[in-house]
Design a protein around this ligand. Structure first.
Ligand code: HEC
Ligand code: HEC
Length: 432
């Protein structure tokens, strides 16, 4: 509890500072928000009105994000799975979280970080990147969208998923969420922003709720501070150790890690810091995770882009097994990796990249006759979709793509991507 209060105070301060650099004070605006925000469907707004509305929605969304009364169990908030002290990913090592009215329904996927989502483009099947080696005619294929399969484009549509999912916050419908909101301590703030009679129209109130959550998720101080040691290094304001620098080299070397071909590590042409993802969809054949209860059914396969959670591409076998490339910012804070949370250490993840194809017996289970059940979470019909570029694509018995010390160096480099507010410091230590 104490931890959360300190975090709220600190980020409140950061927002106040951000507002004051824009030349006006935050607090008078917040008090007069009712006058300027204009209900759930505001008409045209001046810049100052739009800013004030965003500010008010951010603070409302922040309160909602930590409010467990918005779940059917009364015990689960967004922050229960997306812990602000772990880059908005869980602080647990379980591959999937429990949810639902009695917190007894297991999820299907590992919980991703919510940091740096502001950079995720809307989903498209054909992505042409103007920065792609200077050639805009290259089709990078399916790219973007939120969740591991990119099935929603906007934070306000995404927020509906956990609020209503039977294995997440478990509300049976929008009305249930709105009823809880109308009883929340901050229901007055909600009415002030969206109109005094907003709770009389459940559709509008629900729309306001998800808009507040998604506006909070766009708060830079909370969600994209760019405060890692690597950011300081890129800005010429900090140094990396020799090991970290070597890790970066191997991470970027197309013949070695080749990691930066998907997890972009250099600033964009306009100087924007790197996001450590190009948001493309790829098939890596992460081993099947039997710790996910749904996987007890041998006929169940989470195939990402082609379903079953995403439904619009269920007739696209060429999309089966593909998942959206995640950012690697704050990845060292995670305890479960990949869409199915199969791995629990960063070193194992990087070792898997280095030896998936040269030593598959290290990662995949064996059949009764001793043969290796390679790519065991992807039916063979879809193996053609799997990525075979370096560091993959070696033959069994080949040397690994990375030596043990290169793996250590990449792990060290990934450690430089943790934001400053997530590192143990005086404030955090006092709070724990
Ligand atoms: C029970 C755990 C749980 C709770 C509670 C939860 N989430 Fe999530 N969240 C997940 C999982 C799991 C995913 C990945 C889902 C998928 O890929 O299908 C996810 C994905 C997301 C994403 C997309 C991230 C990305 O990389 O594209 C956003 C945004 C998000 N959640 C916001 C929220 C908000 C807002 C709330 C509260 C209203 C919330 N979550 C509550 C587990 C949870
Ligand atoms: C071809 C594109 C591609 C390349 C190359 C690549 N990755 Fe990834 N990376 C992905 C995708 C896609 C995922 C998610 C896959 C999944 O969950 O099934 C991922 C996931 C990860 C994760 C897990 C992140 C999390 O939040 O769970 C880590 C860590 C990671 N990659 C590190 C690396 C490193 C280190 C390298 C180089 C050795 C590398 N990647 C090379 C595409 C790539």
């Amino acid at each position: 509890m104490a931890t959360k209060i300190i975090w709220l105070l600190r980020s409140g301060l950061a927002l106040g500072l951000a507002a004051s650099t824009l030349g006006f004070s935050l607090f008078p605006l917040r008090q007069s928000s009712a006058a300027v925000t204009g209900g759930v469907h505001p008409g045209p707004m001046s810049r100052a009105q739009a800013y004030a509305r965003a500010e008010a929605l951010t603070e409302l969304g922040r309160k909602m994000f930590f409010d467990s009364s918005l779940s059917a169990s009364g015990m689960q908030a967004c922050a229960s799975c997306h812990d602000p002290h772990h880059g908005f990913a869980p602080d647990t090592a379980t591959p999937v979280e429990m949810g639902g009215a009695h917190l007894d329904r297991p999820g299907l996927r590992a919980v991703p970080t919510l940091r740096y989502l502001q950079a995720v483009p809307s989903f498209t099947e054909h992505f042409y990147d103007s920065e792609d080696e200077g050639d805009e005619s290259v089709d990078n294929g399916p790219t973007g969208g939120l969740t591991w399969d990119g099935r929603v484009d906007h934070g306000y549509d995404q927020a509906k998923i956990p609020l209503l999912s039977p294995f997440e916050m478990g509300n049976k419908d929008e009305n249930q969420v709105v009823t809880s909101l109308s009883k929340a301590a901050y229901s007055g703030d909600f009415r002030e922003i969206f109109g005094q009679d907003v709770f009389g129209n459940a559709r509008d109130a629900f729309q306001g709720a998800v808009e507040a959550l998604s506006t909070f998720e766009q708060s830079g101080a909370d969600f994209y501070p760019y405060s890692s040691r690597y950011d300081a290094f890129l800005a010429g304001k900090g140094t990396l150790t020799a090991q970290e620098l070597h890790g970066r080299e191997v991470f970027e070397d197309p013949a070695k890690g080749n990691c930066s071909s998907c997890h972009l590590s250099e600033p964009a042409n306009d100087g924007e810091p790197p996001q450590f993802s190009d948001f493309g969809f790829l098939g890596l054949a992460v081993p099947r995770n039997m710790a996910i209860p749904a996987n007890a059914d041998p006929n169940y396969h989470d195939l990402g882009l082609c379903g079953p959670q995403r439904t619009d591409f269920k007739d696209r076998p060429d999309y089966c097994g593909l998942f959206r490339t995640p950012t690697l910012r704050n990845v060292a804070l995670k305890k479960s990796f990949f869409h199915n949370g199969y791995f629990h250490s960063l070193r194992d993840v990087v070792s898997f990249y280095a030896t998936r194809d040269s030593d598959p017996g290290r990662w995949y289970p064996k059949n009764a006759d001793g043969t290796i059940r390679k790519y065991d979470d992807i039916p063979e019909a879809y193996w053609g979709n799997l990525n075979q570029d370096p560091p993959f694509g070696r033959k069994p018995g080949d040397p690994p793509a990375l030596t043990e010390s290169e793996i250590d160096d990449i792990v060290a480099f990934l450690g430089t991507l943790t934001d400053a507010d997530q590192l143990p410091g005086p404030a955090q230590q006092a709070a724990h």
